[in-house]
Write a protein that binds this ligand. Structure first.
Ligand code: SAM
Length: 926
């Protein structure tokens, strides 16, 4: 974004809030403008340190911080489809918006963010409430909402897009996002894993088809790119984690839109993220198998922070900013970063980021973490000055000051020690040596990146890229300047005992006590306890509070209790020196699970299910997650599916799983990558808290007719598998008018002579067997052809053919592909079909479907897009056993309700604060 002095036309209206008509736009704008934007300590800290030079630029800095933030959004980089959506913005909406006037003012259209690669991100200064409420924006608003719901657009603050861009993710990478909710950066990371995948898969499937047709003549097209090992599919993985369960659910919603099988969502405290076990490598007979642990190529540590760089969208920060906020987070931030570096492969990258401008949460954390990991020879700060060349930025600070709780500024730890030696200083309690820049410690902290609000009209942000140069053994906190503790006997003993890791294999230590973070809970807190002990106790409390209040006890996690119990026993003997060592171990265990009590086993799940690793019972109020159980490749349901769709034997059969403890395919079958499968199966029952994984690929269908497969393809999973399906279930479409008709008309008839009305696809539609099939929209150079490739699920019943798409998605596609806002026509809404089709505008989304007399006899589309997991493996499938279009309509209604739910949740996610203490109103994404 270019540097901007004002906020364009909308900003000029700030003073005009009393304008006639009393529109909401004025009122809401006023509320932002009215929040007082002064805070003496906040302003003094940054002015005193001169983070921006005095004079005109400093004025611009503060003026920008006092302005409301522009909205921003970006297009999904990995989907060809999303690029067509972007074209729609450029060619349709932007010219439309440019011609609009509101209150005699021109309206500023979305503009590309210049530093974002491939012009995929945009910003817009028009306030979101104007977009929502000013009628000429209605179509644009609809476009944003529907494209966001299906994953083509992500609404995200501009500066928040930087950290993933600097992580340099490739499709075979194992990536960890340690503090991921609400998930905007995770979504970006998932997209990066899938970059280039569509064209790779197309090449791989084409080559396979060619080879089948002519084994001698097929050309090998799989020459470019780096990820052919799985027929072009991305082999990497994102583990997205958040300590807060509710926020982890938002994260799931956010990333689920992208339909990635390369994703696992977890729910752990990042300071002690458990080591993930992998299946051991094969060894020669008679040799003992070595434990193998996952290490990551890339880790994002977008840590909890005080968030003062977000005061443009969260004006309350002006009122609430106190120096203690940043001080209190420092230890947690260092622990998260050290844990990230421990879990990183040698040669891998960690990106550390905050939306705070305070060096105590930024350069001090970087410097302390590098110190704990053995210095710059072990962990280097990467020079990224040549990356994102258009991005204006400031270098990281090499000198800074620490503001104590009373607002006094300190230059060095020596000054603090001197003051403390004279009298007890309560306000210095949280100040520790590691917070200060150390003279003579020549870390290239200038390679850190600071982005200030006036530079590109954004929020403030801090980003640092770290590279692990060699294996590390993190020093215990007590032995570093992060705290002022002296080393404990226990920690020294551990350093001697701990075995070095090699080749990405971390040796497994034996006892829980070895890993357990030291609790101060049972350490006698006396007047003589050291400041470090008190500090550490507060720091542990900080994990609980700063991590959105989900600490050891809060999670209701029996594992946490076990850890506490274990460390308590040890601490009793260890004395005060044992405190302050949280996070020192390289290898953290899974939190152990408490055994399920008999009275916790629910009646519908026998004890056998619990024994099988099921999770129907709630343990100590721990959130309930269904098990992830993989089907054996020779499972009979898979036989049926592979036969019906004539799926190539080359498509992997061992990656299908279900979400119930008994492992029975009841409602839905999900697909994951091989690595996700290895992780989910190997770590089952070890206490790892998996919250989500897998793309729904097949959904159980009530359908009559002998030859119909009861498993229909779900649109989420279709792109993954469709290239491997046989011609018998494919209908090809080349002409725009064919697809347009299928989008506008629901349940068009194929019986009798009606099939002719379907044009180019009529004959195939007439002849294809009943059940689920695939509509392949092929691109061509014809005038009435398509520029983009599309694949959609269809259902052929006795008398009709129907695209299995929710109404909202039909409308979004009509708008995007044909600029068409026609009402949908529902042919199933005609008793006896004698009175002509019903236009969609007359159909109530919530009304019970009318009775349809002429049963189509083929299918009852139950549970379409039902996100409920297979809660009960023994439940009967479907209710009626007789399929009618009535059922199908009920399905459409369910879909529509679901779609609405998606939009609602999406709006909630978009409004969810990224940072502690932000209000929902604070979020200004469109
Ligand atoms: C700045 S936000 C992350 C924003 C996110 N990366 C995004 O782009 O949407 C910080 C997140 O860290 C989580 N968090 C706080 N303490 C944590 C901890 N100890 N371990 C893991 N997550 C933590 C919070 O719940 C919060 O969701």
């Amino acid at each position: 974004m270019p540097q901007r002095k004002g906020r364009g036309n909308w900003g000029k209206n700030k003073g005009k809030s009393g304008r006639g008509g009393g529109n909401n736009w004025s009122t809401e704008r006023k509320s932002y403008a009215e929040v007082p934007k002064v805070n003496e300590q906040f302003e003094r800290l940054y002015n005193d340190m001169s983070i921006v030079p005095e004079g005109e630029e400093r004025e611009q800095f503060w003026a920008a911080l006092r302005r409301e933030l522009p909205n921003s959004f970006r297009f999904c980089g990995s989907k060809g489809h999303a690029l067509a959506v972007q074209k729609n913005l450029d060619e349709h909406f932007i010219p439309q918006i440019k011609s609009m006037k509101f209150d005699d003012q021109t309206v500023e259209p979305p503009m590309p963010i210049t530093w974002y690669p491939n012009q995929l991100a945009y910003y817009m200064t028009t306030p979101k409430n104007v977009i929502r409420k000013f009628p000429p924006f209605a179509a644009f608003q609809k476009f944003l909402v529907s494209e966001t719901a299906v994953g083509n657009i992500s609404r995200q603050e501009a500066v928040s897009m930087i950290p993933p861009l600097l992580l340099d993710v490739q499709s075979h990478h194992t990536v960890l996002d340690l503090c991921a909710a609400p998930g905007s950066k995770s979504a970006q990371l998932v997209e990066m894993l899938h970059a280039g995948e569509e064209s790779r898969i197309r090449k791989a499937t084409k080559q396979h088809q060619d080879a089948q047709a002519d084994p001698a003549g097929a050309a090998d097209e799989t020459v470019e790119g780096n990820d052919w090992s799985d027929d072009g599919r991305a082999t990497g993985l994102l583990v997205a984690n958040d300590v807060n369960y509710q926020r982890a659910q938002m994260l799931v919603h956010q990333v689920k839109r992208l339909n990635s099988p390369n994703l696992i969502v977890t729910n752990h405290d990042a300071t002690m993220f458990p080591s993930i076990e992998l299946p051991a490598d094969p060894v020669p007979a008679g040799t003992k198998k070595q434990g193998k642990w996952l290490k990551f190529d890339r880790i994002l540590a977008d840590v909890p922070c005080s968030g003062d760089g977000t005061c443009r969208k969260n004006p309350n920060i002006w009122k609430d900013w106190i120096p203690g906020n940043g001080l209190g987070l420092y230890i947690t931030q260092v622990r998260i970063l050290v844990r990230a570096l421990q879990m990183l492969k040698v040669g891998g990258r960690v990106v550390y980021s905050t939306c705070s401008m305070n060096p105590v949460e930024n350069e001090a954390v970087i410097s302390s973490a590098i110190d704990r990991c053995g210095g710059i020879e072990k962990v280097n700060i990467v020079d990224v000055s040549d990356q994102l060349p258009e991005l204006k930025r400031y270098a990281g600070l090499k000198q800074w000051k620490i503001m104590d709780k009373e607002g006094r500024l300190w230059n060095s730890w020596e000054e603090v020690e001197d003051a403390k030696s004279k009298k007890f200083e309560a306000s210095l309690e949280r100040v520790v040596p590691g917070m200060f820049a150390t003279a003579g410690h020549d870390l290239p902290l200038d390679r850190c990146v600071r982005v200030y609000p006036h530079q590109q009209d954004t929020g403030g942000f801090f980003i640092t890229v770290l590279e692990k140069k060699s294996e590390i053994r993190a020093k215990p906190e007590t032995e570093t300047k992060a705290t002022n503790n002296t080393p404990s006997v226990v920690s020294i003993a551990k350093e001697i005992v701990a075995k070095p890791e090699s080749d990405g294999v971390i040796p497994k230590l034996e006892t829980i006590e070895d890993y357990a973070p030291r609790s101060t809970d049972h350490t006698v807190e006396t007047g003589t306890a050291s400041a470090a002990q008190r500090q550490n106790k507060e720091a542990i409390a900080d994990i609980d509070t700063a991590s959105n209040k989900r600490g050891l006890e809060d999670v209701g996690d029996s594992a946490a209790q076990d850890i506490k119990r274990a460390r308590t026993e040890k601490d009793e003997g260890a004395g005060p020196g044992a405190v302050g060592e949280v996070g020192q171990m390289e290898h953290w265990p899974m939190p152990p699970s408490a055994p399920l009590r008999h009275d916790e086993v629910t009646p519908d799940e026998p004890a056998a299910a619990a024994a099988a690793g099921g999770s129907r019972g709630r343990r100590n109020n721990q959130p309930h997650e269904e098990a992830f159980k993989y089907l054996t490749p020779d499972h009979e349901e898979l036989d049926g599916i592979f036969d019906f769709y004539q799926l190539s034997s080359r498509f992997p059969r061992d990656r299908f799983m279900v979400r119930n403890a008994l492992g029975n395919p009841v409602k839905a079958i999900y697909y994951t990558t091989a690595l996700a499968k290895d992780i989910l199966t190997k770590n089952e029952g070890r206490g790892m808290k998996f919250v989500h994984s897998g793309v729904k690929m097949f959904v159980k269908q009530d359908a009559q007719g002998q030859d119909i497969c009861r498993w229909r393809l779900q649109s989420e999973g279709l792109p993954i598998v469709e290239g491997w399906a046989g011609e018998n279930r494919i209908i090809r479409c080349y002409k725009q008018q064919t697809l347009r008709k299928l989008l506008i008309e629901m349940f068009p008839r194929v019986s009798g002579e009606h099939w002719k009305e379907l044009g180019e696809i009529g004959e195939k539609a007439k002849d294809i067997g009943m059940g689920c099939c695939i509509l392949r929209v092929e691109p061509s150079d014809q005038e009435d052809g398509f520029k983009e490739r599309l694949t959609l699920p269809l259902w052929r019943s006795i008398s009709s053919l129907n695209l299995m798409l929710p109404k909202e998605e039909r409308r979004a596609m009509l708008l995007r592909l044909f600029k068409d806002e026609s009402p949908l026509i529902d042919h199933s809404q005609q008793p006896n079909r004698k009175n002509g089709p019903a236009a969609d505008s007359t159909v109530s989304a919530t009304s019970a479907p009318e009775t349809v007399n002429d049963s189509d006899g083929g299918v009852a589309l139950n549970d379409v897009d039902d996100d409920m997991e297979d809660a009960d493996a023994t439940a009967p499938v479907g209710a009626s056993g007789v399929g009618t279009e009535e059922d199908a309509m009920a399905t459409e209604d369910a879909l529509r309700a679901k779609q609405q739910e998606i939009v609602d949740v999406d709006q909630a996610v978009a409004a969810a604060p990224e940072r502690e203490g932000e209000t929902d109103e604070a979020n200004t994404t469109v």
